[in-house]
Design a protein around this ligand. Sequence first.
Ligand SMILES: *Cc1c(COP(=O)(O)O)cnc(C)c1O
Length: 229
Amino acid sequence: MSLKERVDLVEQRISEACRRSGRNRNEVNVIAVTKYVSGAMTESVLNEGIRHIGENRWQTAEEKWRTLGERGVWHFIGHLQSNKVKDVIGKFSYIHSLDRLSLAKELERKAQALNMRVSAFLQVNISGESSKYGLQPEETADFLREIRAYKHIDVIGLMTMAPFESSAEDTRPVFRGLRQLRDELNRQALTPEPMTELSMGMSNDFEVAVEEGATWVRLGSILVGKEEE
Ligand SMILES: *Cc1c(COP(=O)(O)O)cnc(C)c1O
């Protein structure tokens, strides 16, 4: 399948998931996850009109960002070490993996130094798998209280990764759980503005995530394919 055909197919499947769940198609943003593919492929993705690019390591993103940075909006979706904040700050508009206080402190410090703001998602481990990063759901309210004073970080929503399931339907409780957690945190009014965003759904399970309220789906293999490094 060509890239164009994959883009069209993903578009059609998102539209159908929106229709099934009574959602508006324009509530769902697509992030093309280019961590498996070359700069040339990333450029082709941008040429298809997809603006949001996701990478999980600065090391694999750097060259792409240096040549294509201006053309896209960059999302950092992987585990972020505090000593890498200096590399990604100001380049990635969105950090999807805010999962600990030490990282929040470093983001705040670097964003303040540059006199800019960074948009972040709290990564939450809804499934409880020990292999997954993320705050435990019951830690999130205190976490938001603690970083309330950090004026250079806008927490706009929550992010999670579902376990890989052979049947995508089995991921539904995880996505529903993230949405319910966001709604509950909003009821407690722990952020200056209510959190509107949910970053959830990957190649294997994005339709279920859309049905459950995803506003950002992160699509790698199904959309841009996978190339050998
Ligand atoms: C790699 C990755 C994705 C995309 O994975 P696919 O299954 O190829 O769509 C999405 N989110 C995160 C956090 C990732 O690391």
